[in-house]
Design a protein. Sequence first.
Length: 408
Amino acid sequence: MQTEVTGHPELLELATEPWKERITGEILTRVQENVLRYYPELAREKSARVVLSKPPQRRRFTFIFWLTIESPEGRPLKNLIAKAYRITPKKDARDQDIRYKSQREFLFHREVYDYFSAQAEVYSVVRPLDYFPDLLTLIVEKAEGKDLGVLIKETRYALSGYQTRKTRLGAYVQRCGKWLALMHRGFPAGAALTLEPDHFERQVNHYYKRFCKAGGEVELADPLRQRILAVSRKFAGAEVAQAHLHGDFKLRHLFFTPERIIPIDFGNELSGAAFDDVARFLVELKLMEYGARLPLHSDLMPYLQEQFLLGYLGSGSWPPLLRLYYVVWLWAKWDRRLKKLTTNKRVRKALDWMHAGGVQRLLNHTYVNSWFKRELTSELTILEKEVDGDNHDGHHPPPSPAFRSLKA
């Protein structure tokens, strides 16, 4: 797959202080001018106008604008999102990378949209509408429905009808696996990679250094690090299918209606091991247990992981190599939770006080570290038995027919 990305004119003026105010007006004007190009069926609507539906939200490298095309009476007709990349005039700022990244995201998103448009209607992608190169701004439709994270929380905390909700949610998550398998098969990235003995060493050590920098306990994590490295070396020579990855296949980026799955956000697309996408999603599911596990519904996340694998591999069992990728990505999350126990803003405010009072360190020691140590130890024990038991050569068993088709 080749996607041509062209250059842009100088955009340093986008980094000026009134940038947000100026670009807001530019986006509204340009979308207004192109409404009928996006939606010819709105020609019958007289004087449809484009407005902000809520204040823009700043992200790390972007601003997100929520737009609504509405009738003169204020009736919403279409909902859109504008994603504007920010240029920073700082020394050594990677402005060229940001220019490339913004256009690359739109072009790849459009290719994936076209690909899935030819599939069954249940598998889709949020529709890309436009790209303004001088503003580094993508225009896409706003996804309908609820994101998967919300659906999981609704099921976990349901006071009644849990089994019905669980079954429906399992069907949704299995659909996620099928969608991802379709994408990996449709966008391969060359021949399979043969793992070297030290393939995971740099990544594992990188997150170990971050763990130590975040105040983690060396005597707690280092034995686990050594076990991860030791078991990973036993996969030397294993082949890993390569694909163009979604790169950010998270619960909040997967929207569902009763009829469709609608993934969003292709800004982190890259080429790599297909198991990277799979393992990171499985870790996302596991982390839904972290922090607030209900004993009554402790079966939910393992069930959803199994359903996802059924969709992706055609089997609910874990190939040992996939479990290794899973362990590495679970390991990567540890230092982040030491620094940011939760994504809940209200809880984080309380944690600021706790950190100042020394309570954060106690909480890290008693909960965060114990949770990750328990989960990593459990997974490593399973993995070590798999590679040291039935598979003395260290290689993972042959992949299922469903996964072999990804290499075809």
